[in-house]
Write a protein that binds this ligand. Structure first.
Ligand SMILES: *Cc1c(COP(=O)(O)O)cnc(C)c1O
Length: 403
């Protein structure tokens, strides 16, 4: 069976057929888990051909991956319009750092969206600085400030949409185009929407990064990341990942492939549930703001409608005029929402957060918001019954005010 994407099928179909060529799976549906480090060669001549054979997608040595991982790479590449290939990493953060190291050199300046994932900011301020790369944070909602942030040493810009925790939707096609005009590479952390909800390369970005730990894994039992790009950057990504010695286990690759097959269904369900919950929150007097791009009237909704083809169950809300202790009473009372980092699993999660410590360029609270509205909670909506989740939240709000 050949299932290689010919570009005629829609994403939901490609999620099912991707990476299932006979080369990987033979006559079973899923590629076997290839546990192997060593490849045995018949003779010295074939040993010497080994590295070359690897370039044609044949097994050479475990660190270069094996058919289970290649099947996953191929499936992800088929999903990302405009991609020539995909590189896997042992975590989402490793994918971000590996991609940045592929494009940056000592003396370069990296622009980082101020609302990027906090560990991305830390890498810019830590490891990259150590290797002689400077960084500048910018407000991705302010295009004029962004334009003036470039200098002749700017090599790359790190984008993310929606913003981590605060969920702002920036104008990625514009931000990427402005970078491209200046010969600057744009990378995007596309974990929230995935290639299904935001075709990042088609929207002008050069490298699309996804933490597979979240929606692709989907079951809170896997850490992995991926970066997809067109031919030029894919080659750099691959060489850099090889030099960093990155490899993911075939067992984890098989789990990621399994998760991928049902991802569109899970995303659809989570999104519908999240929207219903966001609407419910939006009507409450004790909620000051709902930060959810899919919610009509929410900040960023118009850009989300224009640029996205989907969403997910992750959004935030800001509690009106209560203190941290009240917020903790709310969160602690929840039974169906686990308290924890991460998201994108089948189970719902709640995470209290305050933004001030992780923003340097964007104002928080935002213009026109009350100073007292600063305690926020991020929700990752899972696959539970929506009404049960709303009832759970209602009990939390009652507990918040001592009920
Ligand atoms: C979780 C997350 C990552 C990192 O993924 P890990 O697999 O936990 O390293 C990167 N970006 C975003 C937006 C995330 O939420």
């Amino acid at each position: 069976m050949s299932s290689r994407g010919d570009g005629t099928h829609r994403p939901a179909t490609r999620v099912v057929t991707g990476g299932r060529s006979g080369d990987f799976a033979d006559h079973v549906v899923n590629p076997p888990v290839w546990r192997a480090s060593t490849h045995l060669y018949d003779d010295c001549a074939s040993l010497r051909e080994g590295p070359k054979a690897n370039a044609d997608g044949r097994f050479f040595y475990g660190r270069r991956g094996a058919p289970t991982q290649w099947a996953l790479c191929e499936a992800l590449t088929e999903l990302e319009a405009g991609a020539a290939g995909t590189v896997l990493y042992p975590s989402g953060l490793a994918a971000i750092v590996g991609s940045l190291m592929a494009v940056l050199r000592s003396g370069d300046v990296l622009l980082v969206a101020d609302n990027a994932y906090d560990p991305t900011r830390n890498t810019a301020m830590g490891l990259l600085k150590q290797f002689g790369v400077e960084h500048r944070f910018f407000d991705p909602l302010d295009l004029d400030a962004y334009r003036t942030a470039f200098c002749d040493r700017t090599r790359a810009v790190m984008l993310e949409v929606p913003g981590s925790l605060t969920m702002e939707v920036c104008d990625i096609p514009q931000l990427a185009a402005i970078a491209r005009e200046r010969g600057v590479v744009s990378l995007i952390d596309n974990t929230w929407a995935t290639a299904l909800g935001f075709p990042a390369l088609e929207r002008g970005c050069d490298i699309a990064i996804t933490a597979l730990t979240k929606h692709v894994g989907g079951h809170s039992d896997l850490m992995m990341g991926a970066a997809s790009a067109g031919e030029r950057w894919y080659r750099r990504l691959r060489i850099t990942a090889q030099q960093l010695g990155h490899v993911v286990s075939p067992d984890d690759a098989a789990l990621a492939l399994r998760g991928l097959r049902t991802m569109p269904l899970r995303l659809e369900r989570e999104t519908a549930s999240a929207l219903a919950i966001a609407e419910w929150l939006d009507q409450r007097d004790d909620v000051a703001h709902v930060l959810c791009p899919m919610l009509p009237g929410s900040p960023g909704h118009a850009l989300w409608q224009r640029d996205f083809t989907g969403a997910c169950g992750l959004f935030s809300f800001v509690i009106a005029g209560r203190d941290d202790a009240a917020r903790c009473r709310l969160v602690d009372r929840l039974e169906l929402f686990g308290i924890g980092y991460s998201w994108g699993g089948f189970e719902s999660l709640a995470l209290p957060f305050d933004v001030e410590p992780v923003r340097t360029k964007m104002a928080w609270p935002k213009d026109g918001w009350g100073l007292e509205d600063r305690h926020a909670v991020r929700l990752s909506i899972g696959l539970e019954d929506t009404d049960d989740l709303i009832a759970d939240l209602a009990r939390g709000f009652a507990a918040m005010d001592g009920g």
